[in-house]
Ligand binder design. Structure first.
Ligand code: UD1
Length: 392
């Protein structure tokens, strides 16, 4: 039997990419282990957009992602700096290895930069998580999604709304493959490991050090219901009045009603300090400030939280499948399938505190109830790899 070998180079750059590439890399390993007529030679490139151990390396370990073959070490910078430096460095890597396909995931700057390079180097491009649209071009991620999808030869989508968005933009039907959600592959694979973790240990073990209330003994997280908070979007954390009002709401309203675990993104932590808000959050005894959490740790908190408050895209999806009522602190979402009007569990509340407060009062008592969109079944990466096998 004649064997054929596909050469695929995949790319990760920032934290939300890691959960998406892990099942794809594992599905390739499985395929190669079966010794069928098609095998895939896989090279993984890390652009290094996220580089702190707890934003990057810890995810590789927890999710069993193979060591990257190449680390471009791009680091922080303006958008133009990140995209430009990534393109320059990635071009050299592509020229050296000449893959048959470049596979990108999600919507971060690495996704966009490597897509442009792929197209300019005439290498076929596949996008995992294509077709998501917030219709808000002020979001850097929306620009990244539009550019990436426009240049992709193969677009793997999560749901029918994404398919319709692509069809409306004129993407030919035969390029679009609805396969489901790779993030949920990762969630299902690690659900039991996460379940075994202890909430109090996670919160205490990752507590930001040297806070006044810890010295005097804060409340124990195990004693009651809690909400979980993540915040990192420039629209929420880069303007002092906006972040100030949000902090007032978290301290005066949320923490007054239940304990609140806030897992701090580096950008947010920096801004709290710059805007003089740090002492206010640090001195609230029912507000637990924790370092960026690992994948399993955040999933464990999500599994028992009464409410999730977040501006993340991926967490809206994870809340949906885990059953956590979710307030999304954004004006729009590229993931409408997670919203209540589509049967999901998340509600868009923007960053207007009156609206958030009203929604919080309404959502607090809602029982946890999982919702699973079609094909979010833990087998998405297998379907993606089978698609490549069919093309070999
Ligand atoms: C990026 C993604 C966003 C994603 C988010 C998840 C883009 C356009 N945005 O935003 O879609 O939801 O990641 O985290 O790609 N920093 C560190 N250590 C790190 C990484 C960053 O301290 O390991 C600091 C940087 O110095 C910078 C800030 O965090 O000041 C923001 O990092 P950046 O990569 O620019 O974008 P994110 O806001 O994380």
């Amino acid at each position: 039997m004649k064997k054929s070998k596909l050469r695929i180079m995949s790319v990760v750059g920032a934290r939300p990419n890691f959960m998406k590439i892990a099942p794809f890399a594992a599905a390739i390993e499985d395929l190669n282990g079966r010794q069928g007529p098609v095998s895939i030679e896989h090279r993984l490139v890390h652009t290094g957009q996220h580089y702190d151990a707890d934003m990057s390396e810890s995810f590789f370990k927890a999710l069993g992602i193979p060591e990257p073959d190449v680390d471009l070490g791009i680091g922080s910078g303006s958008h133009a700096e990140q995209v430009g430096k990534t393109m320059i460095a990635f071009e050299g890597v592509v020229r050296e290895w000449r893959p048959d396909w470049i596979v990108v995931v999600g919507d971060v700057n690495a996704t966009c930069a490597c897509s442009i390079t792929a197209a300019k180097e005439h290498v076929k491009l596949a996008h995992i998580e294509a077709g998501l649209r917030s219709f808000d071009n002020r979001m850097p991620e929306e620009i990244n999604r539009l550019v990436t999808d426009r240049l992709s030869n193969l677009l793997f989508t999560t749901d029918e709304i994404a398919d319709a968005n692509l069809a409306n933009e004129g993407v030919p039907h035969d390029r679009i493959k609805r396969v489901g959600n790779v993030m949920i592959d990762t969630l299902e694979k690690h659900r039991h490991e996460a379940e075994a973790l202890d909430v109090a240990e996670i919160v205490n073990g990752n507590a930001v050090q040297d806070l006044p209330h810890q010295k005097h003994g804060g409340e124990n997280i195990a004693d009651g219901p809690y909400a979980t908070l993540t915040l990192h979007r420039p629209s929420n954390v880069d303007e002092p009045p906006v972040l100030g009002r949000l902090v007032d709401f978290f301290v005066d309203e949320v923490a007054a009603q239940m304990q609140l675990v806030w897992t701090l993104h580096p950008r947010t932590r920096k801004q709290l300090n710059v805007f003089g808000l740090w002492d206010r959050v640090a001195s609230c005894p029912r507000l637990h400030l924790v370092e960026p959490l690992g994948y399993l740790e955040l999933m464990r908190l999500n599994m028992s939280a009464s409410v999730m408050l977040t501006d993340s895209g991926g967490l809206q999806e994870e809340c949906c499948v885990l059953g956590t009522p979710c307030l999304t602190l954004r004006e729009n979402t590229e993931r409408p399938v997670t919203l209540r009007e589509h049967g999901g569990l998340s509600e868009l509340v923007g960053n207007d505190v009156d609206a958030i407060s009203k929604a919080f009062a309404g959502i607090r008592g809602i029982p946890r109830e999982p919702h699973r969109p079609a094909l979010w079944d833990g087998h998405t990466a297998e379907r993606i790899v089978e698609t490549f096998v069919g093309l070999a």
